[in-house]
Design a protein around this ligand. Structure first.
Ligand SMILES: Cc1cc2nc3c(=O)[nH]c(=O)nc-3n(C[C@H](O)[C@H](O)[C@H](O)COP(=O)(O)OP(=O)(O)OC[C@H]3O[C@@H](n4cnc5c(N)ncnc54)[C@H](O)[C@@H]3O)c2cc1C
Length: 400
């Protein structure tokens, strides 16, 4: 069979290699000058290949498409991913939280092995944007800038719509729509959050460890413990990205920060009383600096109207206000950053119109969708790439 794969990203490379191995004539198109531009920047250039937790735990990290992906995640597990990459010659290592990386810490090694070893029998067409895919009699016509080519099957692996400089800018949705597919509205996921607070610009670049970020969003409460940082006009970092994926379709979001999640209000009060006692004649800022990073302490002091106040002038009401704000510091949620800033795209090709075992369109025989172009997304930790590998493997396996 002659098969076209649109997109030489994670899912496209994976599916193309398996299809070629089966003796098919496989052509992979990518608008970029090389393969795996997004793969290259994954895991800060180290590529968190997959996550070795058991499949049922894996699926708890999938926010959209959990049921739909069940079969693929159980049939091509993260252990299968590791075994397969090792069989190709890639050495891997396991890090905190079951995360798997190439031993070399180089995403370029993953790309090289996929392209040169796994896809050794695949024909690559770079700098070739697929403009349209149509059905003509029994075949699919792939139109690129200067020619039309005909194929028996098409696999769309065009990715989402974020980090569009990597090539994934949403073309796959147009191809899907032309075959009657519904596109679930796109929103960013794993994305920084914009705040309305003016003080944020004074904190740009400041990172906070061991804090708890909480939100109520359309009536539900979320809390995440860990690390975050301030950007020019908002917040980012691991717990912010995670939270964003839960609130990205919510209308009313309220955010607050617990600077001292390990201490109860009572413990914090005792700590403050102790600190105040030894610094009676100093500025309040002196004590706040013992509890918060310098620039955060300054913002905190301003926000609570405590500037230039001496510790010995602090009333019980002031102290309780300090405690309340250390445990429940409000952040004025504005919105998520634009879709391009999301690590992944939430939304995409409606999965109710896709066969979850083969990834073939239920509307058009011979047309397949794999990877992030589908309405699936997961948290950080190697889950999104595993979705790309598993959907691509199952798709290739199903094609006889
Ligand atoms: C900064 C960053 C870090 C990340 N880190 C991790 C990580 O460590 N672990 C993890 O699991 N996930 C990570 N992800 C998510 C992961 O990279 C994606 O989920 C994954 O790459 C999706 O694979 P894909 O093959 O579906 O799409 P992509 O990798 O986006 O590939 C799509 C390809 O299709 C091509 N294409 C699109 N339209 C056309 C067209 N019309 N014609 C020709 N070619 C076209 C594009 O050029 C692109 O090469 C990260 C994402 C980002 C942005």
């Amino acid at each position: 069979m002659k098969i076209a794969v649109v997109g030489a990203g994670a899912a496209g490379l994976f599916v193309a290699g398996f299809l070629a191995e089966k003796g098919n004539e496989v052509v992979i198109f990518d608008k970029n000058e090389k393969a795996g531009k997004k793969l290259y920047i994954t895991g800060k250039g180290r590529c968190n290949l997959t996550n070795l937790c058991p499949p049922d735990e894996f699926l708890k990290n999938v926010l959209r498409g959990e049921k739909f992906l069940r079969s693929a995640i159980y049939n091509f597990t993260s252990q299968d991913t590791v075994n397969y990459f090792q069989s190709l010659g890639l050495k891997t290592k396991l890090e905190r939280g079951n995360r798997v990386f190439p031993e070399s810490d180089k995403s370029s090694d993953v790309i090289k092995i996929l392209q040169k070893v796994h896809c050794k029998n695949v024909k690559f067409c770079f700098e070739t944007k697929v403009l349209s895919v149509t059905k003509e009699d029994e075949q699919f016509c792939v139109k690129t800038e200067n020619k039309k080519q005909y194929f028996d099957r098409i696999v769309v692996a065009t990715g989402g719509k974020s980090y569009c400089s990597t090539g994934s800018d949403g073309d796959g949705y147009t191809i899907a729509k032309n075959f009657g597919h519904e596109i679930v509205p796109l929103v960013p996921a794993l994305c920084p959050i914009k705040l309305k607070d003016k003080f944020v610009k004074d904190l740009q670049g400041v990172s906070l460890k061991n804090v708890q970020l909480s939100a109520t969003a359309d009536g539900k409460k979320y809390s995440f413990f860990g690390e975050m940082l301030f950007t020019q006009d908002g917040i980012s970092g691991p717990i912010v990205l995670t939270l964003s994926s839960f609130v990205n379709r919510c209308k009313k979001v309220e955010l607050w920060l617990d600077f001292k999640p390990a201490l109860t209000e009572k413990q914090l009060d005792a700590r403050l009383l102790r600190d105040f006692e030894v610094a009676k004649n100093k500025d309040v800022l002196f004590v706040l600096r013992g509890l918060l990073p310098k620039s955060v302490a300054e913002v905190f002091e301003r926000k609570l109207n405590l500037a230039d106040r001496k510790v010995n002038s602090i009333t019980k009401a002031d102290r309780l206000r300090i405690i309340e704000n250390l445990k429940h510091f409000p952040l004025a949620y504005d919105r998520l950053y634009d879709i391009d800033a999301g690590i992944v795209t939430s939304g995409g090709v409606d999965i109710s119109q896709i066969n979850p075992k083969t990834f073939e369109s239920k509307l058009q025989k011979g047309l397949y969708f794999v990877g992030e172009v589908l309405d699936v997304d997961a948290l950080t930790g190697g889950f999104n790439l595993q979705i790309a590998w598993a959907t691509a493997f199952m798709c290739a396996k199903s094609m006889e």
